[in-house]
Design a protein around this ligand. Sequence first.
Ligand code: 1Q0
Length: 215
Amino acid sequence: AGASEQQKFSFQEILDTFKLCLTDSKEVDLQHYVDGWRGLIKFLNCLGSIFGFISKDASSKILILVGHLKGENGSQYATIQSMVKYELEKDLVDVTKRGIHQESGCRTLLRLHRALRWLELFLERLRTSSEEDKTSVMCGEAYNESLSQYHPWVIRKAAGVAFHVLPGRPAFFEVMNVGPPEQVVAMLGEAMPLISEVYDITEKLYAQHNLLDLP
Ligand code: 1Q0
């Protein structure tokens, strides 16, 4: 297959992985969660190399989680719930300051979890936007309301620069590879509740265990 084919991306794929994320008992399956992020990173890579610093950071976090999944205690990482239980019981998390567990599943996933909130806000704006709305503005607003509070000034600055070169709404919808705009909007409508549920369940779990500020 040629490079263009490998890069071929479809929003449907992401939707499907997020559907698989929730188990029957409403736990979050870590492998599918990771796969969902992989799809999103693929999308990001289609938008151009200026987003490289973002996709690099996200990829490195994915790699850490995959390492846990494939490690000798991989079965403990089946769901986010089992991961939290296991790492806390075995004292594998730096709770108050960074120490020897900088690659814990809990702190690594927290970074992606915070980014998922950005995604939720951004996609909801995209869904309710009209033709003349700018993706850069929607993306920036979503970022300012969520992820930016965890980022130092230089990253906020770099993110702002990157947002400015986002393709316009029509081209953006094109990359999503779903079909005409009405269909994109419909699929966003389908995706939102799934993403929100995954986010809310994770947020509650982390709050219960006091993990929302992991260093
Ligand atoms: C579409 C434009 C994408 C814009 C993404 C917004 C997020 C910007 C964040 C930039 C920060 C990246 C640099 C590294 C930051 C780290 O310091 C930080 C903390 O980690 P640590 O280890 O230092 O404590 N890391 C993070 O906050 C994680 C950031 C992950 C961002 C992952 C974004 C993946 C984006 C996917 C594109 C989705 C496109 C949406 C449309 C979907 C339609 C199919």
